[in-house]
Design a protein around this ligand. Structure first.
Ligand SMILES: Nc1ncnc2c1ncn2[C@@H]1O[C@H](COP(=O)(O)OP(=O)(O)OP(=O)(O)O)[C@@H](O)[C@H]1O
Ligand SMILES: *[C@@H]1O[C@H](CO)[C@@H](O)[C@H](O)[C@H]1NC(C)=O
Ligand SMILES: *[C@@H]1O[C@H](CO)[C@@H](O)[C@H](O)[C@H]1NC(C)=O
Ligand SMILES: *[C@@H]1O[C@H](CO)[C@@H](O)[C@H](O)[C@H]1NC(C)=O
Ligand SMILES: *[C@@H]1O[C@H](CO)[C@@H](O)[C@H](O)[C@H]1NC(C)=O
Length: 481
């Protein structure tokens, strides 16, 4: 049977892949691996006890599977969910592709074959459940590979409880399978892109049952500390991306999706753009209620009660939970600090409306997009006299050399003072406010919003030709020309 041949091949490949990753990681002696020793079943456990443990594990496996099946229902049919789930409603082709090997239907997706001769570079991250490895594929692509974290808490606990490493690996890999389904259903610019997967499941038969590798777009784990030290523009971007994501999740193909485990470590950045990478705690389930008091959201410093609708579901519960988590984990740290003076009023309004859950996600997104519009167009700079630039001599097609730089904070460059500006006028305004500043250069480089990068300096020894850039020198300090 060719199908069986394929899955056997996938299983063999995956076993090889996992082995080569483990070997290469051991060689680079990665510390994340910790020192946990695997538990093995007590060989002398009585037969009955073993059977009951096995039964409990199979029960758990079925529970995990039941969690995934509703996600396979095409959304059009969700209205009929009050009917019993019919097998014909389920997207079994998707399920089979996930459990029996890589997806063949879409030629652009990577499968087990693409992992042959890959090179594991380093560990990008690990958590309770998963290990993420930076991998260079033989074809030259750089990807992130998500695997079961063999030394993770999930595996450790399971093996402790059931004493069956193979069964446990299968159980834990259901979280990866759930993530594959969610990544396929929830495609968005702010969700990590699924590039493919490789599964070596053979219906529980054989030693390698349940191994799964998810092939993802490579990102950089979100570094909150580093982000706190970056320019407001970059911090605003992370918050805006998050709000765009939450807007999508509130009316996603799966319904309103709540992120139950909402922490910065569930996100990565790809070229400065925020992307959700950990979806195994995403839930599209509604909360049923009899009264408003059934619809409470509890947080360490704040509780909220939401309305129970006539249909008996808590209205907007996932959406509101997401908004408040965005407020407490992201906005409070990233948004107010050093916001441009012309925008602080609007930023404060967002902080208040999200912190009090007064705005829904549509209104929140609108408020963010409005700030972006003002910031991009420079409309928030209403107090800049155009004449301010007349204090400066302009030299086009010139750059500077022998620079005496000074530092400012938060600068785009470690060595000097590089800030983003809307125009030469805004740069002149900033230069006037820095006592050390005598000149600035607009290099033509732009930030993600399209604002210009301006480099501010104390002085320079001479000018050099540079097509792209313009130098502005304070007239009082301008060299005689
Ligand atoms: N595509 C990616 N590119 C780079 N790093 C990634 C990528 N995906 C995940 N990571 C990193 O790997 C870590 C672990 O991944 P993930 O959050 O999916 O595992 P987990 O076991 O569910 O973690 P947790 O215990 O936090 O829930 C993440 O915190 C993130 O830093
Ligand atoms: C293994 O089984 C033996 C005999 O049943 C028992 O005495 C022992 O405590 C067990 N060990 C563990 C780690 O459970
Ligand atoms: C939130 O509700 C819980 C349970 O009713 C209560 O114990 C807690 O004190 C409340 N917290 C706040 C900040 O009101
Ligand atoms: C929102 O504004 C009100 C009124 O000024 C204030 O009492 C409240 O503490 C603010 N809430 C937050 C979360 O900032
Ligand atoms: C939010 O916006 C979407 C379109 O983006 C719209 O379909 C939906 O009705 C809006 N929800 C509310 C509560 O206004």
């Amino acid at each position: 049977m060719p199908a069986m041949g394929n899955s056997l091949r996938a299983a063999a490949l995956l076993a090889f892949v996992v082995l080569s990753i483990l070997v290469s990681l051991l060689i680079s002696s990665v510390q994340q691996f910790g020192g946990r020793i695997a538990h093995f079943p007590n060989a002398t456990v009585a037969g009955d006890e073993f059977a009951s443990l096995r039964g409990a594990l199979i029960y758990q496996l079925n529970e995990r599977r039941k969690e995934i099946l509703p996600l396979l229902v095409p959304h059009e049919d969700e209205k009929e969910l009050d009917k019993p789930l019919l097998d014909s409603n389920l997207d079994y082709s998707l399920w089979n592709e996930i459990s029996q090997g890589s997806r063949k239907a879409h030629m652009d997706e990577l499968g087990c074959d693409s992992l042959v001769d890959m090179q594991a570079v380093e560990v990008l991250g690990s958590g309770y459940t998963k290990l993420v490895v930076k991998v260079n594929l033989a074809g030259g692509q750089h990807v992130a590979l998500k695997l079961v974290n063999e030394k993770g808490i999930d595996m450790g606990k399971c093996v402790e409880d059931f004493g069956d490493p193979t069964g446990c690996r299968e159980l834990v890999s259901y979280k990866l399978k759930k993530e594959i389904v969610l990544l396929q259903r929830l495609q968005h610019p702010n969700v990590i892109r699924l590039k493919g997967h490789c599964a070596g499941d053979m219906g529980g038969k054989g030693g390698e049952g349940g191994r799964v590798a998810v092939i993802l777009e490579q990102g950089t784990p979100l570094q909150m500390i580093q982000l706190l030290q970056s320019p407001w523009e970059d911090r605003f971007r992370v918050c805006l991306d998050l709000v765009r994501l939450l807007h999508f999740l509130s009316r996603s193909p799966l319904g309103s999706v709540g992120l139950l485990d909402f922490q910065p470590r569930q996100f990565v950045t790809v070229s400065g753009s925020l992307k959700l990478t950990d979806l195994d705690d995403a839930s599209a389930e509604e909360t049923f209620c009899h009264a408003d008091s059934d619809c409470t959201l509890q947080f360490p410093h704040r509780n909220f009660t939401l309305p129970c609708s006539a249909k008996g579901v808590c209205e907007g519960l996932s959406e509101k939970r997401n908004i408040y988590n965005a407020y407490r984990y992201f906005f409070t740290y990233l948004l107010p600090h050093q916001a441009p003076p012309g925008l602080t009023h609007l930023v404060d309004q967002i902080m208040n409306s999200t912190g009090e859950l007064k705005a829904d996600i549509n209104q929140t997104l609108e408020a963010f997009e409005h700030i972006l519009h003002l910031y991009k167009s420079g409309l928030h700079l209403d107090n800049l006299p155009p004449s301010i630039i007349r204090d400066y001599t302009t030299m086009r097609g010139m750059g500077t050399s022998g620079n005496v730089e000074y530092r400012c904070w938060p600068s785009y460059s470690q060595q000097g003072c590089v800030l983003s500006v809307h125009s030469a006028e805004e740069a002149a305004y900033i230069c006037n406010s820095h006592s050390q500043c005598n000149s600035f250069t607009l290099s033509g480089q732009k930030t993600w919003t399209g604002r210009l990068l301006a480099s501010f300096r104390n002085s320079f020894s001479h000018l050099v030709p540079d097509e792209m850039s313009k130098v502005y020198v304070k007239k009082t300090k301008a060299p005689e020309i």
